[in-house]
Design a protein around this ligand. Sequence first.
Ligand SMILES: [Zn+2]
Length: 142
Amino acid sequence: MAEGAAASGPLPVVPFLKIPAGGDPYLEGQQCRNCGKIFLGERTTCSNCGESGRFEARSLAKTGTLYVYSIVHRSFPGIEVPYVSCIVDLDGGGTVKGNLIGVDPVPEKITMGMPVEVVFKKAPKRDAEGNEYLTYYFQPRS
Ligand SMILES: [Zn+2]
């Protein structure tokens, strides 16, 4: 890639979002080989059992349940509000923070424990070099 040129495809917005060549994107967790607990992002020690240096990358489920949420009415300039910030427990392990879309941002429409799924979309804005980013959201699952 030439210096200053934009990447040909979207880049992952976070390191734990993986975009395999020719495959579907997925979220990747690090699973402790001692206790099985799954975390997002690289770490050296398991906060569940204290084991060090024994993690294995795992592809995480695209389904889960809403653990908690917050309706955001004030944010950085340029960020459209209101939106729903949430934490989701993925099926099979992994707890992920993200935004809930596809639902009105009002408490009457959102239930703790509701089934959700991971969806991947291009981020609304490019960076200063013109790169596109792929990001993830959660949406209600019927
Ligand atoms: Zn562990």
